[in-house]
Design a protein around this ligand. Structure first.
Ligand SMILES: NC(=O)C1=CN([C@@H]2O[C@H](COP(=O)(O)OP(=O)(O)OC[C@H]3O[C@@H](n4cnc5c(N)ncnc54)[C@H](O)[C@@H]3O)[C@@H](O)[C@H]2O)C=CC1
Ligand SMILES: O=C(O)C(=O)COP(=O)(O)O
Length: 555
């Protein structure tokens, strides 16, 4: 674990189990702000004062809430569904969103199954009758699950757990999930149906375990309900809106379907006069799917741990909007991330024609698993130095896509003779006219390596070969290869009071045979813009740029 030099502030914006909150408070580098029950407006005001926020489904993290994200770096959902979080807004602001996908699977499956059993046996109305002094046994004749066919819509974690339970109850199970490419599932015990509309007429009971999105909203509507068997029981413990609520009420009233067990609603809580609240054929619970002692304890601790692990740079667990990013890099991967960041900084000032395509070539088996992170590292530097808005590993791919910048990483597990290697190639638009740039330099290419000492080295820039450790204040000069250039540059720097600590020179013959040189000066202080301008106007100097790179602690 990291040392407690920095304290991360974690905001609990929803009701979380005590165990997770206690865990946060036990950490030397974390403080807890418990604001369970906070409304959206208040949340928007304080969210930026915290490094992480943990929520359940009780609070909406809208684009408005994220308008001034301040220090916020991670939103942790203590649960599964993230439909209460504006993922696009979070991604755009560079905020990681994580969930605790597995911690509440069994609990939620049990709740869906409880609804199924209770609805089939009319437990709700029977209980109400008894409480009101009645004893009406003939009115509450139920139906047995064994021998019936259950349709499971969405065959992910919860859907499969429900199917397991249904099989144990001797039910036949049919599944529909467009992302399940098989004829059968669970060792042939579950038949997969390709089309949702084919599933509905075949089942006696149907249960939904899908996320709410444009494809699932209203997927069970009146038109589809009309194709069902009249004794169909509908269970929804996924998200309100997957089953059209108005259509459901009509179908229940008209006997198109028999009964419904609902844990989730389009608006939560549903309005006081919502027809499902007190419908004789509906058994309803107030979004209790994940509400067991065990699941709440697990999601609360998991969410707190994932948020803090990310803030500490220990890894990303349960990412919803950060496919492929890793912060728990191995030493060699971390060294390459640092090298690639420096490489992108170095060629940055030479990119004067805009960016169209970025290609990262990675050689070496150790780098493959970090490819996405390394690509995003290069892009973050290339775009971050050019855009006003914050750019980081989370939002950079979306930003590049928005600007039609194509990014590609080519990995090869065959190490070069010199070991691992990274090559970054940046291309501008083909039709951009740039008379100041030599045709050989229209594509910018930089090659770097990390050896056993884990120090970053640049070994080539656009055909100029070298072996240089990129660090500190540097000046890049491209010049005609003729006598007197070094002396001239030295005297301009001397007059400006700039000490040259180190110099690397490399020559290259152009396609027409002209020889040019690239001088890389390591200087003790950054040059004033006027010094750079002065040197760039000297005869024989083709390009001049200054770059500030981080120092290297290990020497
Ligand atoms: N009532 C409650 O308290 C709880 C509700 N949930 C909800 O349960 C749902 C499922 O959760 P998990 O099983 O953990 O998620 P999951 O991601 O493991 O499974 C979802 C499945 O739905 C499938 N799917 C996506 N689009 C589909 C479509 N158009 N038609 C059919 N299938 C589709 C996916 O391929 C995936 O297999 C989520 O909506 C979640 O929010 C989760 C926990 C508690
Ligand atoms: O995890 C989920 O998706 C849930 O629906 C559970 O919601 P909750 O955390 O109980 O507000």
């Amino acid at each position: 674990m990291s040392t407690a030099t920095k304290t991360f502030s974690i905001l609990a914006a929803d009701k979380l189990a005590k165990e997770g909150l206690d865990w946060i408070e036990s950490q030397p580098d974390a403080t807890l702000a418990d604001h369970a029950g906070i409304d959206e407006k208040q949340l928007a005001e304080i969210i930026g004062q915290h490094d992480a926020v943990i929520v359940r489904s009780g609070v909406n993290i809208t684009a408005e809430v994220l308008r001034n994200p301040g220090s916020l770096k991670v939103i942790a959902r203590a649960g599964v569904g993230v439909d209460n979080i504006d993922l696009a807004a979070a991604t755009e602001k560079g905020i990681l969103v994580v969930n605790t996908a597995e911690a509440s699977t069994l609990t939620t499956a049990e709740h869906a199954f409880a609804l199924l059993l209770a609805t089939a046996r009319q437990i709700g109305p029977a209980c109400k009758t008894l409480a009101a002094g009645g004893w009406d046994r003939s009115k509450f004749k139920g139906r047995q699950l064994a021998g019936k066919t259950l349709g499971v819509v969405g065959f992910g974690r919860i859907g499969q757990a429900v199917a397991e339970r249904a099989l144990a109850f001797e039910m036949d199970v049919l599944a529909f999930d467009p992302f399940l490419n098989a004829e059968t599932a669970m060792d042939g015990r579950v038949k997969v149906i390709r089309d949702f509309k084919d599933l509905v007429p075949k089942v006696d009971m149907i249960t939904f375990h899908v996320p709410l999105n444009d494809h699932t909203r209203g997927m069970l509507n009146l038109e589809v309900m009309k194709t069902a068997r009249p004794h169909l029981i509908v269970i929804n413990a996924a998200r309100g809106g997957v089953v059209d609520e108005n259509d459901l009420v009509t179908a229940l009233d008209e006997g198109i379907i028999a009964a419904a067990g609902f844990d989730v609603f389009t608006t939560e809580p549903p309005a006081a006069d919502h027809p499902l609240r007190d419908h004789p054929k509906a058994l309803v619970t107030p979004h209790l799917g994940a509400s067991t002692v065990e699941a709440q304890q697990a999601v609360s601790i998991d969410a707190a741990k994932s948020a803090l692990a990310y803030l500490r740079g220990e890894g990303i667990k349960g990412a919803v909007n950060a496919g492929g990013i890793r912060v728990d890099l191995s030493p060699i991967q971390a060294a390459y991330a640092d090298l690639i960041d420096r490489m992108a900084s170095l060629i940055g000032p030479m990119i004067t024609r805009g960016i169209c395509n970025v290609t990262l070539e990675l050689r070496g088996s150790e780098l493959t698993s970090a490819a996405s992170t390394l690509e995003r590292t290069a892009l973050t530097r290339l775009l971050g130095d050019r855009l006003d808005s914050p750019v980081n590993l989370i939002n950079v791919s979306a930003l590049a896509r928005d600007r039609s910048i194509t990014c590609k990483t080519v990995t090869s597990e065959v190490d070069t003779p010199g070991g691992t290697q990274a090559t970054l190639v940046v291309e501008g638009p083909r039709d951009a006219v740039d008379t100041a740039t030599h045709p050989d330099d229209l594509t910018r290419r930089i090659v770097g390596r990390v050896y056993d000492d884990l120090r970053p080295r640049v070994v080539e820039i656009n055909g100029y070969h070298m072996d240089m450790i990129p660090r500190g204040d540097m000046i890049l000069l491209q010049n005609e290869d003729r006598p007197g250039m070094i002396g001239m540059v030295g005297s301009v720097m001397g007059e400006a009071g700039i000490n040259i600590a180190d110099m690397t020179i490399s020559r290259r013959a152009s396609s027409e045979g002209n020889v040019t040189a690239l001088m890389l000066l390591k200087v003790d202080a950054a040059p004033e813009p006027k010094v750079l301008e002065q040197v760039s106007t000297c005869a024989g100097i083709l390009k001049a740029a200054a770059v500030k790179l981080p120092s290297i602690t290990a020497g």
